[in-house]
Design a protein around this ligand. Structure first.
Ligand code: F6P
Length: 361
């Protein structure tokens, strides 16, 4: 067994439910089984970049059941500010990779366990390669678009939240004979909207991977009425384009671009074509917060244990993944090739279409 004494763990990218459960499992395994030290790095790579270094030693404090139950990440996270081209207060930009690498070596870390989505895994892998740092990845994201894993931490909780929203929207839609549009998160991938839409009884699910027409949407609403129901539910992923392929975004004060507006676009288009009321619910960060679902806690725990076991075997540059009811590990090199979109020919889309849900042409 390799002589490991101290490992680092950080969360990177948008938060989600279940991150604390991973940190807890990593700490339990490393401290209890291997007798190592665990340093939790604060706010993603910022904790290694800033001086003084921002970290906390994790021990009994990180092993409690309260941590398992808590949403968010008690280490903090960031999803902006590329360390290769980091924006400084004076408007200039600087490559800050050396500071991160120096921080890692100064702390005497043997490896960094990175809990992040595909973007974070790719970015921090590059940092690790340049800074002579070792890395193990743990996939998390409500978008569930990390390659080679059936589940990423946080996805199940987000789906449950969106389904609960549909459960609440359905009766009020029926009372007022309305079309209810639920705008779910999901940048380039529609896994969240698709799964929530099926589980929540949607009539129409629109995702970035499948082109749709307004005519198709309107025709489906008409059919629902002809079948004797005077209300309908639409779930649309925020990253969906307009009928003409336009991307709807907003730019934040720091220049960061975020999706938004597709629900309003659909509402206007439906209003124009049909004499029917529509209402929009933008679920937003409600999907990211909250108490992690049991499945997320189990997956998070399994990932954390496996990640530390990989370190014990000196197997680095790998990501843990959920496959066929268990945990495996895959090369990070293949994970960082890009996100995993919904397969338009896959079984979940087939299920939606089989139910008569309109998903595009
Ligand atoms: O990638 C996860 C995600 O929640 C996306 O679904 C969403 O577009 C994005 O993060 C939102 O990021 P922010 O927290 O910066 O608004």
């Amino acid at each position: 067994m390799a002589k490991i004494k101290r490992i680092g763990v950080l969360t990177s990218g948008g938060d989600c439910a279940g991150l604390n459960a991973v940190i807890r499992a990593v700490t339990c395994r490393a401290v209890r089984t291997y007798g190592w030290e665990v340093y939790g790095i604060k706010d993603g790579t910022a904790g290694l970049m800033n001086r003084p270094l921002e970290y906390m030693k994790l021990g009994l404090n990180a092993m409690s059941g309260d941590i398992l139950r808590a949403g968010g990440t008690f280490l903090g996270t960031v999803n902006k500010g590329d360390p290769f081209n980091f924006p400084l207060p004076d408007g200039s930009r600087r490559n800050r990779i050396k500071e991160i690498a120096d921080g890692y070596h100064e702390l005497g870390l043997a490896v960094l366990i990175v809990i992040g989505g595909d973007g974070s895994q790719a970015l921090i892998r590059r940092i690790c390669q340049q800074g002579n740092m070792k890395m193990i990845g743990v996939p998390k994201t409500i978008d569930n678009d990390v390659r080679y894993t059936e589940y990423a931490v946080g996805f199940t909780t987000a789906v449950n939240t969106a389904v609960e929203a549909l459960d609440r929207l359905a009766p009020t839609a029926a009372s007022h004979h309305r079309v209810m549009i639920l705008e779910a998160m999901g940048r380039g991938a529609g896994h969240l909207a698709l799964n929530a839409g099926i589980a929540g009884g949607a009539d129409i699910i629109l995702i970035p991977e499948i082109r749709y027409t307004i005519d198709g949407v309107v025709t489906k609403i008409r059919h629902v009425h002809e079948e004797g129901r005077n209300h309908s539910l639409i779930v649309v992923a925020e990253g969906c384009h307009t009928e003409n392929g336009e991307t709807l975004t907003t730019t934040q004060s720091g220049g960061e671009v975020r999706f938004g507006g597709i629900g309003a676009y659909l509402s206007a288009a439906i209003n124009k074509a049909l004499n029917i009321e529509t209402r929009i619910t933008v679920l937003g960060h409600v999907q990211r917060g909250g108490i992690p679902a049991a499945r997320d806690r189990v997956i998070a725990s399994a990932f954390g244990i496996h990640a530390v076991d990989l370190v014990a075997q000196s197997k680095f540059d790998r990501m843990v993944a959920w496959h066929d009811r268990g945990v495996i590990d895959v090369p990070l090199a293949s994970v960082v090739e890009g996100p995993r979109p919904v397969d338009p020919q896959g079984p979940i889309v087939h299920t939606a279409r089989g139910l008569g849900i309109y998903m595009g042409e």
